[in-house]
Design a protein around this ligand. Structure first.
Ligand SMILES: [Ca+2]
Ligand SMILES: [Ca+2]
Ligand SMILES: [Ca+2]
Length: 338
């Protein structure tokens, strides 16, 4: 029953968003989550559904950068607590601002038991220096040293995302009585946590996005939170976005961003300016800067508040939900599963 209730709440969010739009006229079309259940294809297998992407300067070593990708929405209830064997999970790094990956960290998993074998590769090998293409091998649930420095861990954790989904569904009735409720409290997700020396990523200013794919066919992608869920409104566009590449975002999805912002009452100039910031969908990071979102994204950053404010041009500034997870200042940083 709980599974059904959660599924219908999350799955209904796009429809609710459309209804809210029609009834209020100025409501942001936020879906239920950052990138959980964002398109029809990823709903067929939660194991390849990216939920969130994080990139931040390591709190325990300022010379390192931490990359995190969560998958498996509501793991253990809506999704399995394992990775899809043979699927490709990647952190893509753009070193020169052309929205093409120059180096990617590719993870693959084997086995169907509670503990899976995991392998980390760097591709293309030519961009990975003299360390070779295979950077780490080990098992889920354990911290694995990475060749050339750093650590890898993949496994079940507390889902770090936070948002008042029910208030959103209730016609954006955020902050009733000055309070909000984190719908995601108590949910788990699978997470890949990779910490490596920032010097290996490239210069200080890089772009990061995550992808999943099956048999070389793209399944999901994400840079900044909630782009696909907020701005793409048809099932076809939501799938097309996930199957596409950042290099084509301005060509293929700019109109959806501009039209959405205009429908919220923003001016043409404001809509154009925001479309220039949000596309291509890449999380930009200065790895020498410990500050958070929009400089990369830290676990505790209230990205929903920031994006509500941007999308509504300051009309809505918060859902009155702040982070309630207890993160660690040491690797792997995420809270243990609930
Ligand atoms: Ca997703
Ligand atoms: Ca590039
Ligand atoms: Ca918030």
């Amino acid at each position: 029953m709980r599974k059904l209730v959660i599924s219908s709440l999350l799955g209904a969010s796009a429809l609710v968003a459309a209804i809210v739009m029609l009834t209020t006229g100025v409501a942001p079309r936020l879906s239920g989550a950052a990138d959980h259940l964002d398109a029809p294809f990823v709903k067929t297998d939660g194991r390849i559904d990216i939920n969130d992407v994080y990139a931040f300067q390591s709190p325990s070593n300022p010379a390192n950068t931490v990359l995190i990708m969560t998958t498996n929405p509501v793991a253990g209830v809506l999704s399995p607590t394992s990775y899809r064997p043979g699927a490709d999970y990647r952190f893509n790094i753009d070193r020169d601002g052309d929205a093409r990956p120059d180096i990617s960290y590719r993870l693959s998993f084997e086995g169907n038991g509670p503990v899976q074998d995991v392998q980390l590769r760097c591709v293309p090998a030519a961009a990975c220096g003299n360390k070779g293409a295979v950077l780490a091998r080990g098992q889920t649930g354990a911290t694995i040293p990475v060749k050339g420095g750093g650590s890898l861990r993949a496994g079940l954790f507390d889902d770090p995302f936070f948002f008042d989904l029910l208030a959103f569904r209730n016609g954006l009735a955020f902050c009733a009585g000055g309070k909000g409720t984190n719908f995601f409290a108590g949910f788990n997700a699978m997470a890949i946590v990779l910490e490596i020396p920032s010097s290996q990523l490239g210069p200080n200013n890089i772009g990061v996005w995550a992808t999943t794919s099956i048999d070389d066919k793209p399944a999901d992608r994400m840079g900044r939170p909630a782009i696909n869920t907020v701005f793409n409104h048809t099932d076809a566009d939501k799938n097309a976005f996930n199957f596409g590449k950042p290099i084509n975002d301005q060509r293929d999805f700019r109109k959806n961003i501009v039209d959405t912002l205009l429908s919220l009452g923003d001016t043409q100039a404001y809509a154009n300016a925001i479309a220039d910031v949000l596309l291509p969908d890449i999380l930009t990071v200065d790895t020498s800067n410990a500050g958070g979102f929009l400089n990369g994204r830290r676990l505790q950053d209230d990205v929903i508040d920031t994006e509500l404010s941007v999308i509504s041009n300051g009309a809505i500034t918060t859902d009155c939900v702040a982070n309630d997870s207890v993160f660690s200042s040491t690797f792997p940083y995420l809270a243990p599963p609930n």
